[in-house]
Design a protein around this ligand. Structure first.
Ligand SMILES: C[S@@+](CC[C@H](N)C(=O)[O-])C[C@H]1O[C@@H](n2cnc3c(N)ncnc32)[C@H](O)[C@@H]1O
Ligand SMILES: [Zn+2]
Length: 163
């Protein structure tokens, strides 16, 4: 996966990731890296800190990728309600959940200079409170922006972890 991306200041939030060259629809852009930790480990460390900020990606039912430790540029990609990328969990052929990985792929052609986004699909148990909506407000700027990065809990799918 040759790097066609760079981290820099974003209008959506803090730092974001931008294309430094055209990226084709369907191209693998970057792997989401970080320390492999269990849900219990990240809940112990970050649980209760509802800050509206996360560098955690749910890999599968056993593991979370903690981008705070050994994370790469992928952890700076912002959420978007009309995303140009999608995060996929690639299950390892051995069935070992520790060997699964997350790859961010382009959903459409992306021009040089465009900010990359994907749907974090952060799921929390309903009801979503007003305070949670405030903390997790979305500022992606898309015409269809839902105003929040949160969604009512479902079961499957690649997603970031709120806390
Ligand atoms: C993985 S970090 C992305 C990098 C982040 N921009 C930064 O500078 O730390 C995820 C956090 O960025 C912020 N963020 C990402 N997308 C956002 C959006 N569409 N609207 C508002 N904040 C966003 C939220 O605080 C979110 O928890
Ligand atoms: Zn939005």
């Amino acid at each position: 996966m040759p790097s066609k991306i760079i981290k820099r200041s974003s209008k959506i939030h803090g730092q974001g990731v931008f294309a430094t060259a055209p990226i084709k629809a369907g191209e693998d852009v970057v792997q989401y890296k970080g320390r492999l930790r269990t849900h219990a480990q990240v809940d112990d460390e970050y649980g209760g800190q509802d800050t509206g900020h996360t560098f955690l990606f749910i890999l599968n039912e056993t593991y979370v990728i903690d981008g705070n430790i050994g994370g790469n540029v992928a952890r700076w990609i912002n959420h978007g309600c009309a995303p140009n990328c999608k995060a996929f969990v690639i299950g390892h052929e051995s069935g070992d959940p520790a060997k699964d990985k997350v790859v961010i792929e382009a959903l459409r052609d992306i021009a040089e200079g465009e900010e990359l986004t994907y749907d974090y699909d952060i799921q929390i148990e309903a009801p979503i409170t007003a305070e949670e909506r405030r903390l997790w407000a979305c500022r992606c700027g898309a015409p269809n922006c839902s105003g929040t990065m949160l969604k009512p809990a479902r079961k499957s799918g690649a997603r970031n972890k709120a806390r």
